[in-house]
Design a protein around this ligand. Structure first.
Ligand SMILES: [Fe+2]
Length: 265
């Protein structure tokens, strides 16, 4: 496979807290323990990813004091790392403390080009009752313009919340983007070059294809959720290992490989 353009690692939902004892009864260890183990895994990979993509919920709650520990752990990642904000994040603290930005972008959306691919990071934290998401008209216009542009670069989109239906009412009606259809329609003009929409928030691996557009989520480094067909809501996946996804973009295809790892508690 010598036509690889880009290879990145998708991580999400680290849920750092400033409280060294913070945990929930559905998690086997505190968030920082899981992410330290994740960072060890990433730094020991037998290849060099072009970047790491963190699709949000860096912190457990939008409290600025949660971010110094996040920075201390995540800054040890050996590769460039890109972030978007989740519903649990304080976007300003995320940008100043973890991303090292002087200017705070509101909303936190941006695009970068890496190895000839276009990476577009969308902020889905518009007005909505958390944990739901919303993408504002301003952002939709920005996204639509990007997707309608005369551009043949492979396109990768990152967004925190689930955009399209995933078949679990609790995720679709309570956790998702309330105007997800509008986001999907904004993306559609780019579907020939759109290699994937990568999201977090759901704490599980999900793969959805709609109108030829791939939507792919990833496990948390802390606690996982699960649902079988027919269930109306997810259930804590107690004891499930955390993980990360390795995404490879070639001239012709997108490959996603799911990895899990054990955490010593
Ligand atoms: Fe979230």
């Amino acid at each position: 496979m010598n036509d690889v353009m880009l290879r990145f690692v998708h991580i999400s939902d680290t849920h750092f807290s400033h409280d060294p004892n913070y945990n929930r009864d559905y998690a086997a260890y505190i968030p920082a323990v899981g992410t330290r183990a994740l960072v060890e895994q990433l730094n020991a990979l037998p290849f060099t990813p072009d970047f790491v993509l963190h699709t949000g919920d860096v912190a457990y709650d939008p409290l600025p004091e949660a971010y110094p520990v996040a920075r201390d752990v995540l800054s040890k990642i050996k590769y460039p790392t890109y972030y978007i904000a989740g519903n649990h994040d304080d976007p300003a603290a995320l940008q100043t403390i973890v991303m090292g930005r002087d200017d705070i972008a509101t909303p936190l959306h941006y695009e970068v080009e890496i190895n000839g691919a276009q990476i577009v990071c969308v902020d889905s934290n518009g007005p909505a009752e958390p944990p739901a998401g919303f993408v504002t008209d301003e952002q939709l216009a920005w996204l639509r313009a990007l997707c309608e542009a005369d551009d043949d670069r492979p396109l990768i989109v990152a967004i925190h919340h689930n955009v399209v239906e995933v078949g679990v009412p609790w995720l679709d009606e309570w956790m998702g983007i309330t105007n997800g259809d509008a986001v999907h329609q904004a993306l559609r003009p780019a579907r020939q070059r759109l290699r994937g929409v990568f999201f977090g928030h759901v704490h599980q691996n999900l793969t959805i294809v709609r109108d030829g557009i791939l939507y792919s989520s990833v496990l948390s480094s802390w606690a996982q959720l699960h649902a079988w067909p027919g269930m109306t809501r997810t259930t804590p996946d107690i004891g499930a290992e955390p993980g990360f996804n390795v995404v490879t973009i070639t001239r012709e295809q997108t490959f996603i490989r799911h990895h899990r790892f054990a955490v010593d508690v």
